[in-house]
Design a protein around this ligand. Structure first.
Ligand SMILES: Cc1cc2nc3c(=O)[nH]c(=O)nc-3n(C[C@H](O)[C@H](O)[C@H](O)COP(=O)(O)OP(=O)(O)OC[C@H]3O[C@@H](n4cnc5c(N)ncnc54)[C@H](O)[C@@H]3O)c2cc1C
Length: 474
């Protein structure tokens, strides 16, 4: 069995550590922050609790599969609630659409979801099934020529949505929002991302009681229980290697750690720029575009708001303009505002008679935002939808792209690692196999991309690759 060092204790790193430990390897996770979980993080203040990273759990069976390997189940570790409605969507035209757990009756919705199902079924056994080292990796896993057309990789998500919803521009905008689940633009990302509508419908939208921190705590508990050595507040300065294989870590305090295998959960740019500098690999990483970042407001709010759900989205008036502004590196003047008010479902998240508003708008990676001006813009745009929070605020705390970069070392504060923009995105995303033997990449910046379920899947892929290497089949 091997000695494995995992650099970074985000969900991808923890999931890989659990799998590798269950196989019998000797696994240590080194996390520079004081807490594990990476972007899956929580802010508490004055009796309020905010999920400041992910606020939505999808594909729960992905975590259940991992936990079962460790001798437990997701249900045993976390009390998950299936949200119904899943989302309420609002436009300034006065329209609002509710997607419930059993669906939505807007014309075209069922057809869009049906197409998403086809995409998902093929993607699951091809794209998500193993590592990706170029179009051939995907081609090898296709069973029939139709698989390729079924995953709809050549059209944009916007074009596919327009094909279904025709001149219902608001529903075209609704469908396009699934591009933002990987920090991408509906005008550039492939129609393949439409499968997320099916995923939410078929597998549900979930909330862990106690907040997303309860899921983070479950990952940490399970990792500790199977015997992963978890070290927080330990910065890795570099990965040590011979000419052809890694052999350990150098920690910031000068400690040398020997390892047969290094799993980098840190962002691929940080890996190849700082931890194991490699110009060629870094150039390859830079071919992949970073995902969007975000501007976050956590607001403790007095009183309750009629009509809201756990998740609400207030759309911009002009989707194309919004994504053009993002592409130009600016915070849109009229951003789509995403809100999670988990106190709607879970009274433990806010004092009685109050609400915990987590507001998120897309922001360009690397944008230098003025927190108070950005907050004023978002609250003003929300008010223009008829949701006036400004006279009910007890406090606000903001998180800018620069804050995200500083906290998690993600370039420009990219939320999801690499984006899905462009037809080649899936193939230029950094590979799970690193540039030296014994080095593997897990997490949002590598295949298959960002979001909690995908980084958990990347841990499965890396675990299988390491098993092959240890068995002598690289
Ligand atoms: C605001 C926001 C909203 C989101 N919403 C959702 C959502 O609703 N649903 C969803 O599924 N996903 C969502 N995501 C995305 C999701 O959080 C991420 O894709 C996922 O958590 C990334 O996990 P990871 O393992 O790739 O890496 P990270 O969480 O980035 O963890 C990497 C870890 O490595 C550590 N590290 C880096 N360098 C070093 C070093 N040199 N030494 C030691 N440690 C190091 C970092 O400190 C960090 O803890 C959201 C993210 C954000 C920020």
């Amino acid at each position: 069995m091997a000695t494995v060092a995992v650099v970074g204790g985000g969900v991808g790193g923890l999931a890989a550590a659990i799998r590798l430990r269950v196989r019998g390897h000797d696994v240590t996770v080194f996390e520079r922050n004081a807490e594990l979980g990476g972007k899956l993080a929580v802010l508490t203040r004055d009796g309020f609790s905010f999920d400041v990273g992910p606020s939505l759990v999808t594909l729960p069976h992905v975590y259940d599969e991992l936990f079962r390997l460790a001798g437990t189940t997701l249900a045993d570790e976390v009390e998950l609630v299936r949200l119904d409605p899943q989302f309420r969507y609002w436009w300034r035209s006065g329209r609002h659409v509710e997607v419930r757990d059993d669906g939505c009756d807007v014309p075209g919705w069922a057809e869009f979801v049906r197409r998403g199902r086809t995409i998902w079924e093929v993607s699951e056994r091809t794209f998500f099934a193993g590592p990706m080292s170029g179009p051939w990796s995907l081609a090898r896993r296709l069973r029939r020529p139709r698989d390729l057309t079924d995953i709809d990789p050549l059209r944009t998500l916007h074009a596919a949505a327009a094909d279904v919803f025709g001149d219902d521009a608001e529903m075209v905008q609704w469908a396009g929002r699934y591009a933002t689940y990987s920090g991408s633009s509906p005008f550039r990302a492939p129609a393949t991302l439409g499968c997320i509508a099916h995923v939410e419908h078929a597998y549900g939208c979930w909330y862990p009681m106690g907040g997303l921190g309860a899921l983070r705590d479950a990952f940490v508990r399970v990792a500790a229980r199977v015997g992963v050595d978890l070290r927080c507040g330990v910065e890795v300065r570099s990965i040590t290697a011979t000419a052809d294989r890694v052999n350990g870590l150098l920690l910031a305090d000068g400690t040398v750690v020997a390892a047969d295998v290094v799993v980098a959960n840190a962002d691929a740019t940080h890996l190849y720029r700082d931890l194991l500098p490699d110009d060629r690999a870094l150039r390859a990483v830079r071919r992949a575009q970073p995902s969007t970042s975000g501007f976050v407001i956590c607001a403790g709010v007095r009183g309750t708001t009629p009509g809201i759900a756990h998740h609400d989205i207030w759309f911009s008036d002009d989707s194309r303009l919004e994504f053009d502004e993002l592409a130009a590196g600016r915070l849109p003047a009229d951003p789509t505002v995403y809100a999670c008010v988990s106190s709607v479902t879970d009274p433990s998240q806010a004092p009685e008679g109050c609400e915990n508003w987590f507001l998120l708008v897309n922001a360009p990676a690397g944008a230098r935002l003025d927190p108070s001006a950005s907050e004023a813009l978002v609250l003003d745009r929300l008010a223009s939808h008829g949701v006036e929070l400004r006279d009910r605020l007890l406090f606000t705390e903001t998180i800018t792209p620069a804050d995200l970069e500083a906290r998690y070392r993600s370039p420009g504060g990219a939320i999801y690692g690499t984006s899905s923009d462009g037809r080649r995105a899936a193939f230029v995303r950094p590979r799970n196999r690193g540039v030296r033997r014994g080095l593997y990449l897990v997490g949002g910046s590598s295949h298959p991309g960002g979001g909690l379920p995908l980084v958990t899947m990347s841990a499965r892929i890396v675990d299988e690759m390491i098993a092959d290497e240890v068995a002598g089949q690289p």
